[in-house]
Ligand binder design. Structure first.
Ligand SMILES: Nc1ncnc2c1ncn2[C@@H]1O[C@H](COP(=O)(O)OP(=O)(O)OP(=O)(O)O)[C@@H](O)[C@H]1O
Ligand SMILES: [Mg+2]
Length: 363
């Protein structure tokens, strides 16, 4: 792996070695402009060992079929929409797919309530526009237009947060594979390889519902939260260890037992009952996603490294847990207190955690 010189190198930089090794051993046919064959893309995402011995680290932990369907969609002329609850790796998977397919994951439009049509289509360099009038040189292409011109994957994050009329400017692009520029009386036509990956959060459903005309241009793949505790423990410990390395935290990789505690707490509170199904629990308002479990563990590692003995324990976890669970001071505090007294206190091997949480918040 190359040493990062920026805080967060893009996937194609961080995993450049893996991508080179995959391309070198890839003997399957590649669609036009694709850097890898669809099989090699799936292998890049899910990990494995190549014939030359190179180990490909798994990026997405989940069902192979889901990833195959996602990659299969991008081979066709349909765009891909990844949907799911928060923290299910929609953005993460989209970045890695773009990196493996086009070698560039940075052609990205971030959808917000304020995203304008220019961000999706094109804008103008106003100094040039005024001095020279409308010309191709004065036109500022959006990331989507650049993807069309280079036959690459464009990414639209949080698609359904954009106003409906801005979303709909994607319809012509996706159905005609062309972008008309009436000011110049021309249209840009996409070259093969151009496609688009959108992500949308389930929780935003109904904020700016996608028009059915646009929805028809997408194949939707739903990314589920990790099915089992073991799967979630694997994701959290793998990502926390990677992040710890990237941030150069001088701490040990997190102990599996500690990760398991965090994951169990998250899963129980999310689901509203204990694993044995005996105790019903109040659900906190936050999403308690896998992504937040990862940050509880990572910030615990930072505390342990700089203010503790280097290994993650109950004291370091307590602070992060409280912050993750209590988003609404009143209702979440009640849910957390109930959980602490009814569940954490009762588990003998969790005494240290109970004590640490009580010390922080002696309500
Ligand atoms: N199944 C999984 N496999 C690998 N990593 C995962 C998985 N689920 C979650 N993660 C990790 O969770 C973190 C957050 O993921 P990401 O930001 O992509 O979520 P998201 O679905 O885009 O969330 P949001 O809806 O909030 O935008 C990433 O670091 C990712 O590695
Ligand atoms: Mg996201």
């Amino acid at each position: 792996m190359t040493t990062p010189t920026v805080l967060r190198p893009s996937a194609e930089t961080q995993y450049a070695d893996e991508l080179v090794a995959l391309a070198a051993t890839d003997d399957k046919p590649r669609p036009p402009q694709w850097k890898l064959s669809p099989q090699a893309v799936v292998r890049y995402v899910l990990g494995g060992t190549l014939s030359d011995g190179t180990v490909i680290t798994p990026k997405y932990v989940g069902e192979r079929r889901l990833v195959e369907v996602a990659v299969g969609t991008l081979v066709t002329d349909r765009a891909l929409l990844l949907v799911g609850v928060p923290g299910t790796a929609k953005s993460w998977l989209s970045e890695h797919l773009a990196a493996a397919i086009s070698g560039n994951s940075t052609l990205i439009v971030q959808g917000t309530a304020g995203t304008s049509e220019e961000a999706v289509r094109y804008g103008w360099n106003y100094a040039r526009l005024i001095s020279e009038g409308p010309s191709e040189a004065a036109l500022v292409p959006s990331p989507v237009l650049r993807a069309m011109q280079t036959g690459a994957v464009a990414r639209v994050e949080e698609l359904t947060r954009m106003p409906a009329e801005v979303q709909d400017s994607l319809i012509t692009i996706l159905s005609e594979k062309a972008l008309p520029v009436p000011e110049l009386n021309l249209q840009f036509q996409a070259i093969p390889g151009f496609t688009l990956i959108g992500t949308a959060n389930d929780r935003d459903r109904g904020v700016n519902q996608m028009s059915s005309a646009l929805a028809r241009r997408f194949n939707t793949v739903v990314l589920p939260p990790p099915a089992t505790e073991d799967a979630e423990v694997e994701i959290v410990s793998q990502r926390a260890a990677q992040l710890g390395r990237a941030l150069e935290l001088p701490s040990e990789p997190p102990a599996l037992d500690e990760v398991r505690r965090v994951v169990r707490i998250f899963r129980e509170l999310r689901g509203g009952s204990t694993v044995d199904g005996r105790t019903q629990l109040k659900k906190p308002s936050g999403s308690l996603s896998t992504a937040e479990a990862i940050s509880v563990v990572t910030s615990g590692m930072a505390l342990a490294a700089h203010f503790g003995d280097g290994s993650l324990g109950a004291d370091e976890l307590a602070a992060g847990l409280l912050g993750a669970v209590i988003k609404d001071r009143v209702s979440d505090t009640a849910a957390w207190q109930e959980y602490l007294e009814a569940v954490v206190k009762e588990r003998k091997e969790w005494r240290d955690l109970y004590r640490a949480c009580r010390e922080l918040d002696p309500a």
